[in-house]
Design a protein. Structure first.
Length: 144
């Protein structure tokens, strides 16, 4: 198998994996994966997610927390769509990497190193940055 095919497949896999991660998190916070307390459910409802956002962002004034939760959710949905479609891939990849890195940092500051490592947030952020580095124009590179 040629290096070009491997790179192209890896880029698609990375784009879809990052997008699926964003969309799965959004689905969890609106209860699509099940109710709070169900196996493999982190939040199960919007209120539980907003509480988690408040815990991670303890330095943000309480009245701004719901807006921050909405902004994060909207960004995840928008970035997932951009990664899937591939339009302005470098920009969407870079923005995804920055969002994920901000999640990793706030998780680390609020709860220690283990949670972002367990959820591979640093690895996902690095993958998004790598995708941004190898993307050219509106599409991923076609050669190495």
């Amino acid at each position: 198998m040629s290096q070009t095919i491997i790179l192209s497949c890896a880029q698609w896999f990375l784009r879809l994996s990052l997008a699926a991660g964003f969309l799965s998190a959004v689905a969890d916070r609106i209860g699509l994966w099940g109710p709070p307390g169900a196996p493999n459910v982190a939040w199960g409802e919007w209120g539980a997610f907003v509480e988690y956002v408040a815990m991670l962002n303890w330095f943000v004034p309480a009245p701004l927390i719901p807006a921050l939760a909405w902004v994060a959710t909207a960004a995840e949905m928008l970035f997932a769509l951009g990664l899937i479609v591939g339009w302005r891939l470098r920009w969407f990849s870079l923005a995804s990497g920055l969002l994920l890195f901000s999640f990793a940092l706030t998780m680390t500051i609020a709860d220690g190193f283990k949670p972002p490592l367990d959820y591979s947030v640093f690895a996902a952020s690095a993958g998004a940055f790598l995708l941004a580095a190898i993307a050219t124009g509106g599409r991923a590179t076609e050669h190495v």
